[in-house]
Design a protein around this ligand. Structure first.
Ligand SMILES: [Zn+2]
Ligand SMILES: [Zn+2]
Length: 292
């Protein structure tokens, strides 16, 4: 049966914007004022951030003018696993049924992202059953900076591949979850967008036109037929993964061309680009579709 690749990336957009979607300030338990946090991310050459205080909605209109694009955002913390809401115009009501919270975020045109699933001593801040049963959220944090220095794990690649392997199509995000300013700039998203306006950034995030990074830079992602080519600036190893984190291919190089076989027995492929010092970049998954 013929197959097609669902490619989230555009070949005619070459501008990548750098952004952090999870930032705290003194309006919850962060260290800096909104102004200080914004200045910090400007100094790190970011293009956009979202200020996401716990259950405290920050609208960009309340913030000083800045060269950064500031996305409306909140981290919904009460009554269940933490959820980021991005792009909505008001604060969604927290509900113990996280599907209702996700629905409220979507109703105001926002994106919903489950935060740090493997945080805390039990590595289970967000149970896998909730990730599997909830519908229409955009993705999960596969890297959360502050949880790397707290009990549990800041990484959730295991959770992501379990979801993707079950056919649940969600994107992987990397965020600082900034509390201390000294830990800003550790994990971010590179978004493929021609402009830095809020709506274009949110549209790109919604469509998966971004990659997650902790320090490896991807130069280009190209798809031609069933061939996917990833070129990086500074990876020394690239690994292709399929369903349930099954390794499909690896190469000790800064670029990889991967050919999806017509008779493949996996439903997606995603790429991890590993560099020195534990740095990495993660593409979004390319889903394999069988065409009747
Ligand atoms: Zn949180
Ligand atoms: Zn947070």
């Amino acid at each position: 049966m013929p197959i097609q690749i669902d490619n989230p990336y555009l070949s005619n957009v070459h501008t990548w914007l750098r952004g952090n979607l999870h930032t705290h300030t003194i309006n919850s338990d962060g260290e800096g004022s909104p102004h200080t946090v914004i200045e910090k991310y400007i100094s790190l050459s970011y293009d956009f951030i979202a200020i996401t205080d716990h259950d405290y909605f920050t609208h960009p209109k309340e913030l000083p003018n800045s060269s950064l694009t500031l996305l409306p955002r909140v981290e919904v913390t009460e009554r269940g696993p933490h959820l980021l809401a991005i792009g909505n115009e008001n604060q969604p009501l927290p509900d113990t049924d996280r599907q209702k919270t996700v629905n409220a975020i979507l109703a105001s045109q926002g994106l919903a992202i489950f935060c740090h699933p493997n945080w805390e001593e039990h590595f289970n801040h967000c149970p896998q059953a909730i990730l599997e049963q909830t519908r229409n959220y955009s993705g999960i944090e596969i890297v959360n900076g502050v949880c790397c220095v707290l009990p549990g794990s800041g990484y959730a690649l295991d959770r992501w591949d379990r979801l993707l392997g079950r056919g649940i199509k969600v994107w992987g995000f990397a965020n600082d979850d900034t509390h201390k300013l000294s830990l800003a700039g550790k994990a971010w998203n590179m978004v493929q967008s021609d402009t830095a306006c809020t709506q274009d950034i949110i549209s790109a995030l919604r469509a998966g036109r971004f990659y997650a990074s902790t320090g490896v830079w991807i130069q280009s992602i190209e798809v031609s037929g069933l061939e996917i080519t990833i070129r990086t600036e500074n990876a020394d190893r690239i690994v292709a993964y399929g369903d349930y984190q099954r390794q499909l291919a690896e190469i000790e190089a800064a670029e990889m061309t991967f050919l999806i076989a017509e008779n493949c027995d996996y439903t997606y492929v995603r790429f991890e680009c590993l560099g020195c010092g534990g740095k990495c970049a993660w593409t979004q998954p390319f889903f394999v579709n069988y065409v009747a």
